[in-house]
Design a protein around this ligand. Structure first.
Ligand code: NAD
Ligand code: IPM
Ligand code: MN
Length: 353
């Protein structure tokens, strides 16, 4: 990262992506005034339309360009019913995650107001943890294939790859975060009772790394139990570290605990390198074009990006503004309000001090 001005590639994508990213960009513009944040934004039209019109998904040289010319990427969502293969999303989103080696998928689960959670008698003090999802390998490696495809004896294999390096760096990232953020406990979730090879590697690495962080409590759970305990006793979690697929599933559950996908934010991070920030939700085709999508997930993702870029004050101001809007009931319908996407974005911007 160079100089004072941070360069952001904005990739709105498909469906509700452009609607929510428009509001997040508005928030970044507001921060130029309130916090003197210096940003240069450049938009890219990568997504389903470009794929259908030009046959291009992630343009050639895009990864090199992002690494060379940008400090961060702010993305909306990728996925379109006209592309049932999901090819463009795989090339663009997984392409950036893998191609830029963004090995940390950081997904906070934080309840802003008791009314938002479907759990009875739980409040913000009970639901406040961060998931460290491995983001470059596991079940997402694309390894596998077909034998006897199209016959009654067809076999499809889908390999899960776990490298020593890949497991170690995400586990270390989780413990480092715990220490920095003054969190007490790191919980590692796997399925090592069944996945005897990958699980064994995760177990060994977790124990080795945990021994270097005597100040942090290290807990292992089988991931099926983690899914249950996230519902029954979410207060036990501070930092959760897990593989790519389990992290994907647990963070949609986490999103539900904090009030829905409309509120959930994420960062795809390789410390010190160009990193990607995006809401956890997808393109939500049923909502697209209706001005109903909640922009908070995208806006909170922009806040994570600001924090990553060294603007912690700006990030906190954005989070506080979102919290105030939630408290005041000034939100879109998914979270009990009456506002359109643009109105909800505007109310958040007005509250940024
Ligand atoms: P989704 O997250 O798009 O939507 C599921 C449901 O959650 C929606 O129908 C809606 O009811 C609700 N929701 C999601 N975002 C919301 C918001 N901002 N405000 C209010 N409600 C919201 O998941 P899906 O329907 O399983 O997937 C749709 C498409 O998006 C698929 O093509 C999928 O592959 C893709 N997808 C992309 C990403 C991504 O780009 N990061 C993530 C998930 C899914
Ligand atoms: C997410 C999404 C993606 C994933 C899909 C769209 C490839 O569900 O970001 O959580 O599985 O990682
Ligand atoms: Mn997901």
């Amino acid at each position: 990262m160079t100089g004072d001005v941070k360069r952001i590639a904005v990739v709105p994508g498909d469906g509700i992506g452009p609607e929510v990213i428009n509001e997040a960009v508005g928030v970044l513009e507001r921060l130029r005034e309130t916090h003197g944040v210096k940003l240069e934004l450049k938009h890219f039209d990568w997504g389903a339309d470009k794929f259908l019109n030009e046959g291009v998904t992630l343009p050639q040289g895009a990864l090199e360009m992002l690494s060379r010319d940008f400090d961060a990427v702010l993305a909306g969502a990728f996925g379109d019913p006209r592309v049932p293969s999901n090819k463009h999303a795989e090339d663009i989103l997984l392409g950036m995650r893998r191609g830029l080696d963004l090995y940390i998928n950081l997904r906070p689960v934080r309840l802003l107001h008791a009314r938002l959670t479907p759990l009875r008698d739980r409040g913000p003090e009970d639901i406040d943890f961060v998931v460290f999802r491995e983001n470059t390998e596991g079940a997402y490696s694309g390894a596998g294939g077909f034998l006897k495809k199209g016959t009654p004896d067809e076999i499809a294999t889908q390999e899960e790859l776990n490298t020593r390096k890949g497991v170690e760096r995400i586990v270390v990232a989780a413990f480092e975060y715990a220490r920095r953020a003054r969190r007490r406990r790191v919980t590692m979730a796997d399925k090592s009772n069944v996945q005897r090879f990958g699980g064994d590697l995760w177990q060994r690495v977790f124990k080795e790394v945990a021994a270097r962080y005597a100040d942090i409590e290290a807990v292992h759970q089988y991931v099926d139990a983690t899914a249950m305990f996230m519902v029954l006793n979410p207060a036990q979690y501070d930092v959760v570290v897990t593989n790519n697929l389990f992290g994907d599933i647990l963070t949609d559950l986490g999103a539900a605990l904090q009030g829905g996908l409309g509120l959930a934010a994420s960062g795809n991070i390789h410390p010190g390198r160009v990193s990607l920030f995006e809401p956890v939700h997808g393109s939500a085709p049923p909502l697209a074009g209706k001005a109903e999508a909640n922009p908070a997930g995208a806006i909170l993702s922009a806040a994570l990006m600001l924090e990553y870029l060294g603007h912690a004050d700006g990030a906190s101001a954005v989070e506080a503004a979102v919290r105030e809007c939630v408290n005041a009931g000034e939100t879109t319908r998914d979270t009990g309000g009456q506002l359109s996407t643009a109105q909800a974005g505007e109310r958040i911007r007005e509250r940024i001090k």
